[in-house]
Design a protein around this ligand. Structure first.
Ligand SMILES: [Zn+2]
Ligand SMILES: [Zn+2]
Length: 446
């Protein structure tokens, strides 16, 4: 096939008709952007469709005179923000609700007689504790630990004792305990705290799971209360859990409805249009300029980075969802702390991640009397990002501090263009040119 001028490529692509698209068409020029590129398209609020930066400039005049007010925020950025907020709120909220629901469920369990326990069942038994082997008569005790402001009590996870009712007895292990309600009598070793313990011969109610052990059945205790008392429960858990889950639901719903309505409105205008592939020779690199910067922008590498970032995201979400299950918390509050800590770790990883994937996508830059030029080796990038920023458009340049690692062009229309990867000589040329422009603006010659 002979080389076709780019205008013919469009008509050639008409033959592809209306197929299921992975990417998205620009509503004006009809060039098709891939799945990885489409989130960089601009949402025009006035036209209610997605366009490439080229058409945002030519067709939409960068906001139809209303500038930033007509530019919809990027769904990718919004998606990360939703993930960032919900990564903390959803697991913490769900855990708080679970924390409340579990004791409620345990309190509703009927008491089972010990001779009728079946393996694997979660049961509630009531009887007399037996710790006749223990020298001090303690069935379930603990020890005092020094803390910064006094002492705190730590229950003994390795405690073993048994519980007996009229029908039989069963051995109890405390390793998986979740809630221990304080009994009446102080432990013999609680010298500083006066903390109570459960003694041989006391009545108690235990909720736990029945498992088959080497010497018969064992009850893995989850909760214990003195006598026939119910397990304490704090309504703060359900209230705060409900609030967090409601807010997250509203945020996710709002985000999803914006995604869906944008997609619907865009498809209504551009869905039936024939697509065209982006010609490789579009927007050639302007000659006669001194280009600098070492942006990695070729498609294969950016796909690798995006692929790696997707895998990284999946691992992070996995840790967020399954992380709390790996721990066996010993108190309701501990159980809340786990998702909080994991949520914070997740969010810090997310930030690190975004910084990491942003870094390689820098443009090559050059400076002329006209303005600052950007060039990307990837043709799609050249359509999706600014190719030139003319001097009169710039309000100020944020040169950051120190070695000026952080650069941002503050535009008159309110936009901000980050040019972090700006290398030399473009960096010093921009600085020199900008000083000249500031001077001439002061004297009113421009
Ligand atoms: Zn376009
Ligand atoms: Zn528009």
């Amino acid at each position: 096939m002979e080389d076709l001028p780019s205008s013919d490529i469009r008509s050639l692509a008409t033959a592809s008709g209306r197929r299921k698209r992975q990417g998205r068409l620009c509503a004006v020029c009809h060039f098709e952007f891939s799945k990885a590129e489409k989130d960089e398209m601009t949402w025009c609020k006035a036209d209610r469709f997605f366009v490439c930066d080229h058409c945002w400039e030519k067709h939409c005049d960068r906001g139809h005179g209303n500038w930033l007010k007509n530019k919809g925020y990027s769904m990718r950025t919004a998606g990360y923000a939703v993930l960032f907020i919900c990564a903390l709120m959803v697991p913490v909220g769900a855990t708080a609700v679970y924390d409340y629901a579990l004791p409620v469920q345990w309190n509703m369990l009927p008491v089972t007689t010990i001779n009728g326990l079946s393996d694997g069942a979660v049961v509630k038994v009531h009887g007399v504790l037996n710790a006749s082997d223990s020298a001090d008569g303690v069935a379930l005790g603990g020890r005092e630990r020094p803390a910064r402001n006094g002492w705190f009590w730590e229950w003994n996870e390795t405690a073993r004792f048994s519980i007996r009712d009229a029908t039989g007895d069963i051995e109890v292990v405390a390793a998986d305990y979740f809630i221990i309600k304080d009994p009446a009598n102080p432990a013999p070793n609680a010298l500083h705290t006066g903390h109570p313990a459960y003694f041989d011969g006391e009545e108690a109610t235990i909720v736990g799971k029945v498992v088959d052990g080497p010497g018969g059945q064992i009850l893995q205790m989850r909760a214990i209360t003195p006598g026939e008392e119910s397990i304490d429960n704090d309504p703060v858990f359900i209230i705060s859990g409900a609030i967090l889950l409601t807010i997250s639901t509203v945020i996710i719903y709002k985000w999803a409805s914006i995604v869906i309505s944008r997609k619907r409105d865009h498809e209504a205008k551009a869905g039936y249009l024939p697509s065209a592939n982006i010609p490789l020779d579009r927007d050639r690199k302007e000659e006669g300029l001194e280009w600098s910067g070492h942006g990695m922008t070729d498609g294969r590498k950016s796909n690798i980075v995006l692929g790696a970032s997707e895998i990284g995201m999946m691992i992070l979400v996995g840790v967020l969802v399954f992380g709390p299950l790996l721990f066996k918390p010993h108190a309701q509050l501990d159980f809340i702390l786990i998702p909080i800590v994991i949520g914070f770790l997740f969010d810090s990883c997310l930030i690190g991640f975004l910084v990491m994937i942003q870094r390689p996508f820098g443009p090559e830059m050059a400076v002329s009397d006209k303005g600052i030029h950007f060039w990307y080796s990837e043709p799609a990038c050249r359509l999706l990002r600014r190719n030139v920023v003319v001097w009169p458009e710039i309000k100020s340049i944020d040169l950051g501090s120190g070695k000026a690692k952080y650069w941002a062009l503050m535009m008159k229309n309110g936009e901000q263009i980050n040019v972090n990867s700006c290398g030399e000589p473009a960096g010093s040329l921009i600085r020199a040119k900008w000083e000249q422009i500031k001077e001439s603006r002061k004297t009113g010659t421009v």
